[in-house]
Ligand binder design. Structure first.
Ligand code: SF4
Ligand code: SF4
Length: 442
């Protein structure tokens, strides 16, 4: 039986895994932001005028919660300066003029047979190759795995890819099946557990069949079919689906003895350890009604969004909104010049066709938002108190437990901007806590 969780919704999936992967020619100039992981950004290791090779480390931060960045092409550094970041604002970035030679850097050799069985060697390589949570969270993966050693007895690989449009994980499962299983095995060895559970939604039955045909048990992996329901891929959902354990609100899966690693992250770990390749590219689904059609684009990190759209056939309509990731949890980008980063699984160019915004929406008290919240929250009341700026009641209704999945907003017939409100409310709480701390320090 497929495993699942309470609540959730069924948005139109609009997926197109049958479209084969198109390799995007890297642009003449790439922009590599120093912030591509959670926590403090990297510092540039190169300066204007330096020549770089493909895969060369160009940014580093010695802190444990960090991941270095690497050059996606060979060429010349033409600027080290703040540039638009896809998640907003400007961030220190390295601009590289592509020489179109792809001269490889040889700093990271493939690990030896012995090292491929050694947890420390694997963890060092995961960090050195700049692997972060490529499902979008961009948490440094080596730190995450290390933090779970001795505490985590269930390793879960997230293969739900439940966000509409996105196909990169599904295509990785189909096109790089054996490599993916080897990548999962490396995570399992590094985590010090006997078995990894790979949860995959049953709308990817072809991938489940293919992976099962390769005897995943040889790698210490069990494939767990999951029901098709959004947000099955949210980090807490597969823990419940696979282990039956409930991750506490504002808690992490590791608090329940589980670690969750995404499909694409496991494939990046395979490339880092078996091929000596750092994170410099990924499959990005490029779609939306502003474009002719969907393209599953193998894209170098640092590719400007406008260039990517051009390579995918250009616009047939003027886009009204650029969404990075999927439409449910994705973040709006504000600049065509901003580049893709390690966590970019999708770039959606939406017109008014997909934009559900209405002016001055009014709640009709139908309760449909409550029915679907996978965290058992009551969005209607959270919103009411958010509108009044009532911190005490927002707290009482656990606004900080919301993980912004967007299910309530999707199910709301009045199109109330619920998720946006809860994102803002959480930021308001953070700002309030920081102000109180500063006041106490005086
Ligand atoms: S309240 Fe938060 S967690 Fe619950 S459905 Fe809405 S966005 Fe998702
Ligand atoms: S679903 Fe929308 S309209 Fe219905 S109670 Fe919730 S916020 Fe109000």
């Amino acid at each position: 039986m497929s495993q699942t969780f309470k609540g959730g919704v069924h948005p139109p999936y609009r997926k197109a895994p049958e479209i084969p992967v198109t390799v995007i020619t890297p642009p003449a100039q790439l922009i590599i932001p120093m912030a591509q992981h959670i926590s403090a950004p990297c510092q540039p290791l190169v300066k204007k005028g330096d020549l770089v090779t493909m895969g060369q480390k160009i940014g580093e931060n010695p802190a444990p919660v960090s991941a270095p960045v690497h050059s996606p092409v060979s060429g010349k550094v033409v600027a080290v300066e703040p540039r638009p970041h896809p998640l907003g604002d400007t961030i220190m970035s390295i601009v590289i003029e592509n020489d179109f030679q792809d001269t490889p850097c040889t700093d990271l050799a493939p690990l030896s047979e012995k090292e491929l069985k050694d947890p420390e060697a694997i963890l060092d390589r995961i960090r050195e190759a700049g692997v972060v949570g490529m499902g979008g969270a961009m948490f440094p993966t080596a730190f995450k795995i290390r933090g779970g050693i001795g505490k985590v007895d269930k390793l879960i690989i997230n293969g739900a890819e439940c966000e509409p449009y996105l196909n990169g994980d599904h295509l990785t499962m189909l096109n790089f099946s054996e490599e993916l299983l080897k990548g999962i095995e490396l995570v399992r060895i590094a985590s010090g557990v006997e078995k990894a559970y790979y949860g995959i939604e049953v709308n990817k039955q072809d991938a489940i069949d293919k992976l099962n045909s390769l005897h995943p048990e040889k790698y210490g992996i069990e494939i767990v079919p999951e029901a098709v329901k959004y947000p099955q891929g949210g980090e807490k959902m597969p823990v419940k689906a696979v282990t039956g354990r409930e991750v506490k609100p504002v808690g992490l899966p590791s608090g329940e003895g589980a670690n969750v690693v995404s499909t694409r992250t496991c494939y990046a770990i395979y490339q880092a350890c078996y091929e000596g390749k750092p994170v410099i590219e990924r499959i990005v689904t490029v779609s939306g009604s502003a474009l002719k059609g969907t393209v599953n684009a193998l894209t170098r990190v640092g590719t400007p969004l406008g260039y990517l759209a051009e390579q995918c056939g250009g616009f047939v309509k003027t886009p009204r909104k650029i969404v990075l990731g999927g439409p449910m949890m994705g973040i709006c980008a504000t600049s065509f010049e901003a580049p893709t980063i390690k966590g970019t699984a999708g770039v959606l160019f939406f017109t008014e066709e997909e934009d559900a915004h209405v002016d001055n929406p009014t709640c009709i008290r139908c309760g449909k938002c409550i029915e679907v919240c996978p965290m058992n929250l009551e969005p209607v009341f959270m919103y009411m108190y958010y509108s009044k700026g009532d911190f005490a009641n927002m707290d009482k209704y656990h606004v900080n437990d919301c993980f912004e999945c967007g299910s309530c907003a999707f199910n709301c017939p009045a199109r109330m901007p619920l998720t946006h409100a809860f994102k803002t409310a959480k930021l308001m709480f953070q700002a309030k806590a920081a102000a109180e701390k500063a006041k106490e320090a005086k």
